[in-house]
Design a binder for this molecule. Structure first.
Ligand code: GTQ
Ligand code: FE2
Length: 374
């Protein structure tokens, strides 16, 4: 009845179709009964609930770095950063995810901005996080009291429940991107959060070239014997561009010398890994850097789970499902679950793509699938 003060949210409509019962007054009566008792039969929902392959709600979408930076700078002039709001971070909101600040169903991606001399206050949360720097320098992120320099090309993981604050020690504002598993933690209702100290100490405002974490863990192929245990997330707090760049350049050089060093011709890729285990750098987030040689193209790839890419350097064309964009430095785009992706570098310069995704979740659950080719 229309006067029902608590109408059922279940709405069932008899429709003709494959495997559907013929519409009839009895069927209507049955469906009203289901609605009253808050019941939904499988036969009307199966196409949505159990598709033959993942059908992402998320849309392929691109955000231009120039636009993001402009708005972040505007926020820098107007919006203070401090306790409560915690961060001047502005998230990418996928147009198909209901207005939530989610880049994909599992991943948060945001531009964060700090003015000269500013501090983002200390806190910790169970969500896993990282920073990636596409340009600029001058901010130190302070993780459990360890100041870590952030410069162009650096990848900085911060696994859940570590205290962290950010400090801009430079005379210029700085922007970078954050990736977190906020949507995943939200759906699974597994979040915890704590405020830290009101301000960090003078010792934590120092600006060392290398963090304590790098001095302990940042030596290729060497681990401290004093730390025998594998940890679920990487204890190394910075992966420096000089190392990533050299690894990619070496792969392409080896390929030219005839070694099978690359993923496919002209496509080099490295994954950021946890030095205690060789596994992914964070329990829920995989991060990689890809380099496509000038004029080369990656294989078409689709996989379970979603990714966000940021163009680190160069230019080219990326194809995500039905969408195709010309991309340049800083541009960010989303590749939803099981949507085919290819990247083509410009003929004049290589294309460097930073990528992060949720693959570790699906691998842990033995639900990961990858398909190469069209
Ligand atoms: O820098 O600590 O983009 O806690 C979202 C949540 C950044 C951060 C974000 C956060 C942070
Ligand atoms: Fe945080």
């Amino acid at each position: 009845m229309s006067t029902d003060p608590n109408p059922s949210p279940v709405r069932l409509k008899a429709v003709a179709g494959h495997g559907q019962p013929d519409p009839s007054p009895e069927l209507e009566q049955l469906y009203r009964g289901f609605e009253r008792e808050l019941l939904v039969p499988l036969w009307t929902e199966i196409g949505d609930l159990m598709p033959v392959q993942p059908k992402s709600k998320a849309a392929p979408h691109l955000w231009r770095w120039e636009r993001l930076k402009e708005l972040a700078a505007q926020a820098g002039r107007i919006v203070p950063v401090g306790r409560g709001g915690e961060r001047r971070a502005i998230a990418l909101a996928n147009p198909s995810l209901g207005g939530k600040p989610y880049a994909t169903p599992t991943l948060w991606a945001a531009i964060q901005y700090l003015m000269p001399g500013e501090d983002a206050p200390e806190h910790r949360h169970t969500q896993h996080a990282f920073r990636f720097v596409v340009e600029g320098e001058g901010v130190w992120t302070v993780v459990n009291g360890d100041p870590v320099r952030m410069s162009r090309g650096d990848f900085l993981p911060q696994s859940g429940w570590n205290w962290h604050a950010h400090h801009n020690a430079a005379k210029e504002p700085m922007a970078w991107i954050d990736g977190l598993d906020i949507p995943f933690a939200y759906y699974t209702e597994s979040q915890f959060f704590e405020f830290g100290r009101e301000s960090i100490s003078p010792a934590e405002r120092t600006t060392p070239e290398r963090s304590r974490a790098e001095r302990l863990w940042g030596h290729p192929g060497l681990r401290p014997v004093s730390k025998p245990d594998a940890t679920p997330a990487s204890p190394l707090l910075a992966y420096r561009w000089v190392d990533t760049d050299r690894a990619l350049a070496d792969q392409l050089a080896l390929e030219e010398e005839g070694d099978a060093a690359t993923l496919s011709p002209g496509h080099a890729a490295v994954r950021f890994t946890n030095p205690t285990s060789g596994g992914d750098v964070l329990p829920t987030i995989r991060a990689e850097m890809h380099r496509v040689r000038a004029g080369a193209r990656t294989l078409t790839r689709r996989e379970v789970g979603s990714s966000v890419f940021q163009v680190f350097d160069g230019s080219g064309t990326v194809t995500v499902g039905e969408r195709r964009w010309s991309v340049a430095r800083g541009d960010l785009f989303v590749v939803p679950s099981w949507v085919p992706f290819t990247a083509q570098a410009a003929t004049s310069e290589h294309l460097d793509l930073f990528r992060f995704g949720d693959a570790p979740i699906f691998e842990a659950l033995h639900a990961q699938r990858v398909r190469i080719g069209d």
